[in-house]
Design a protein around this ligand. Structure first.
Ligand SMILES: Nc1ncnc2c1ncn2[C@@H]1O[C@H](COP(=O)(O)OS(=O)(=O)O)[C@@H](OP(=O)(O)O)[C@H]1O
Length: 261
């Protein structure tokens, strides 16, 4: 029997979802089975890729009409991930949320600082030699934003048609629009629409009118959408210059202009 779109999508894998978290109350698609909570029960995140293969056994069993969704932000920048995922299931559809890499780096730093207040300054970590404009690409917060570089590894295994890029910026300004495109990409009915969202002025972000488990409104947690550390505008300019060629290459490769300039 020919496989329908839902059967084809049965083993979906959701990659970094830095904006509207897959695990935090996104309205549930009737076709989605969430493997992430099971996987996250596994201790230690540095072995993400390894554990996610181990954790396949922890994934919920899915019906042919369901899609398994797994969300691990570090997959996109993990060298071995494309090959391993391809070997597991070459039909896997990949979703990557990307945002302006400079803002991403500052967000990343803000998050680390909240856990380790003693780390060096953002400027100190960003440059090998600031006056020469030498950016430290070995610092993860910088390296992750070089999307074009990471994408190359994925394209060695997966065609572009199997990868969907969500704009992190549009996910804030038009969550329903971005979620609509995700649902189209997965070949499922547009169940999540603008009826599900409202803009919460206090949070400064869109929130859900009601969560899956209750009829009360639900925003993402305190660690999502917090105030960023203030960075010297000159540093921001230097980093913009650094990322420009990577961004241009990325836009060209995916055929989409994210307007980060
Ligand atoms: N609706 C809504 N509510 C709150 N936050 C939102 C939302 N949509 C997108 N964002 C942006 O998501 C950013 C946090 O994502 P993370 O990268 O920390 O997520 S994750 O760790 O990958 O789950 C977070 O980044 P920061 O602003 O740096 O905290 C937000 O800008």
């Amino acid at each position: 029997m020919a496989r329908g779109p839902l059967q084809r999508c049965r083993r979906e894998l959701c990659l970094p979802c830095p904006a509207l978290s897959c695990r935090e109350g996104t309205p549930r698609q009737p076709h989605a089975a969430d493997a992430t909570s099971q996987c996250r029960a596994w201790p230690g995140s540095f072995l993400t890729v390894t554990f996610c293969f181990a954790c396949r056994s922890l994934m919920p069993r899915t019906l042919d009409s369901q899609i398994t969704v797994e969300k691990t932000p570090s997959y996109f920048v993990t060298k071995e991930a494309p090959r391993r995922i391809f070997n597991m299931s070459r039909d896997t559809k990949l979703i990557v949320v990307v945002r302006n890499p400079v803002t991403r780096a500052i967000s990343d730093y803000t998050q680390t600082l909240s856990k380790k207040p003693d780390i060096p300054t953002f400027e100190g970590l960003s440059f090998r030699n600031r006056s020469l404009g030498l950016v430290d690409t070995s610092w993860n917060a910088i390296r992750i934003g070089m999307y074009a570089v990471h994408l190359e590894s994925w394209l060695q295994y997966f065609p572009l048609s199997q990868i969907h890029f969500v704009s992190g910026e549009k996910l804030i300004t038009d969550p329903a629009g971005e979620m609509g495109k995700v649902q189209d990409f997965l070949g499922i009915k547009r169940v999540i629409t603008d009826k599900h969202f409202y803009f919460n002025k206090t949070k400064g972000f869109p929130c859900l009118k009601k969560s899956e488990s209750s009829s009360l409104p639900r925003c993402l947690g305190k660690s999502k959408g917090r105030t960023h550390v203030q960075i010297d505008p000159e540093v921001i300019e230097q980093l913009r210059d650094f990322y420009r060629p990577y961004n241009i290459k990325f836009y060209e490769t995916v055929g989409q202009d994210f307007r980060w300039e």
